[in-house]
Write a protein that binds this ligand. Structure first.
Ligand code: SF4
Length: 414
């Protein structure tokens, strides 16, 4: 695992999940269902949790959504799913949390956006939410977002800046305001009586350099845990790469106690993608292991078959599919490295360096696939059934190397 020195932060309990302090960096996600639809929201929370989300946030935007929250929680608990549910409030959180006490009780944390709690009665509304958090012993996330930054505070900062002899750029003033908004809001929450061990901070922006700058600054001046992520990261590869870039720079400096990747899924796309990206970032940085890693070569002119790409994908999918079971019975299996390589050039070398690896034949090579275990040649596979045979060898390897008496009882999957 990595030698990264985590920034010291106060630990906050979100339901049963510790965030900050010496707790592992927590992966979280958010549903995109209509919260008022109890069944759909329950299903998506369950799906995200099974994918590895350790906290799941839901929007609570109106009375119907607020009324649905206790039913969603009850349904999850009836299925033995205890993942903490976080309520995302904007504009009317003070009203909803006061009117629906069962909703406040069912949630494990309230997210407050200080830019979206009202204008004239901004502080009053903010304090009402904090009072509900105190009343029900819940933590809050003060989630500043540049798309909804407190406009009055920004205007005041711009005004003060314009009077300086050497004014800063408006971008710099905006970054200052993000940090200031988070800090002031946390101070206000504490002045109402919320404990410092009940506050998590985020300051999200949508450009990598901005988010890095703002988190570096906030990390220096507060010791609350930080929820890190790029807001509106975007679709597909752009969103994944931008989020990974921002998270990597910050996590490498020890900044970040819980992370979310805000991907825009394609219509009908897989919502759990954002969970897998979070896990992959943490695993790539050597911070946490979630699933055995597959090392696969990119392929080149030495192999004109797609077989090794298909096998690499099949093995990666198989590992993910097995992890919910393996995690329980083979606790260290996520550290395993599997190589699936395309030809003799780097195949045997990478396969020897993995815990278990297979080197498939390239074009014009003899049709045989040597398998290596812990650096040694184990067997050579031939014929049309190499994929199935390799999976069986893999299953046995997992059982023998990571097994416990409980694990030995897990059936090998056909
Ligand atoms: S291992 Fe072989 S097929 Fe794969 S990239 Fe290297 S040379 Fe090409």
């Amino acid at each position: 695992m990595s030698n990264i020195n985590r920034r010291k932060s106060i630990q906050v309990m979100v339901g049963s999940v510790p965030v900050g302090g010496d707790a592992p960096i927590v992966v979280q996600s958010m549903t995109n269902t209509d919260t008022a639809d109890v069944e759909a929201t329950y299903e998506q929370i369950k799906y995200l949790h099974e994918a590895g989300s350790e906290l799941v946030r839901i929007t609570v935007n109106n009375s119907e959504a607020a009324e649905a929250v206790p039913a969603i929680k009850e349904k999850l608990l009836s299925e033995g799913i205890t993942v903490p549910i976080v309520g995302d409030f904007h504009y009317n959180g003070h009203k909803l949390l006061t009117k629906y006490p069962e909703t406040a009780k069912a949630l494990a944390k309230f997210r407050i956006n200080p830019g979206n709690v009202g204008t004239k009665t901004r502080d009053e509304n903010f304090c009402t939410i904090v009072e509900q958090a105190i009343k029900y012993d819940k933590p809050v996330r003060i989630g500043v977002n540049w798309g909804s930054l407190d406009q009055q505070l920004l205007a005041d900062k711009m005004d003060a800046n314009s009077k300086l002899e050497n004014p800063k750029s408006s971008k710099q003033v905006m970054l200052d305001t993000m940090v200031e908004s988070a800090k002031r809001s946390a101070e206000l929450a504490e002045s109402v009586g919320l404990g410092s061990d009940k506050i998590i901070i985020s300051c999200k922006m949508s450009h990598v350099q901005d988010v890095v700058t703002v988190y570096e600054r906030i990390a220096e001046i507060v010791d609350y845990p930080l929820h890190v992520g790029l807001t509106e990261a975007g679709m597909g590869m752009k969103g994944m790469v931008a989020s990974s870039a921002a998270l990597s720079v910050l996590l490498q400096q020890g900044i970040g106690d819980t992370i979310r990747v805000s991907l825009t899924p394609k219509p009908g796309g897989d919502r759990a993608e954002e969970v897998r990206v979070c896990q992959q970032v943490l695993q790539s940085l050597g911070i946490r292991n979630f699933v055995p890693q597959v090392t696969a070569c990119p392929g080149c002119g030495r192999t004109n078959s797609t077989y090794f790409q298909e096998l690499a994908e099949e093995i990666q999918d198989y590992l993910r599919e097995m992890m919910p079971v393996w995690r329980e019975v083979y606790p260290d299996v996520a550290e395993m490295n599997v190589a699936v390589m395309g030809c003799v050039v780097n195949g045997p070398g990478e396969s020897r360096n993995a815990n278990i690896g297979i080197s498939l034949p390239g074009t014009f090579e003899e049709p045989k696939a040597p398998v290596y275990m812990d650096g040694e040649h184990h067997t050579t596979l031939r014929g049309d059934n190499i994929g199935q045979e390799f999976r069986e060898i893999l299953d046995n390897y997992v059982m023998e190397h990571y097994g416990t008496s409980k694990g030995e009882q897990v059936a090998v999957k056909d």
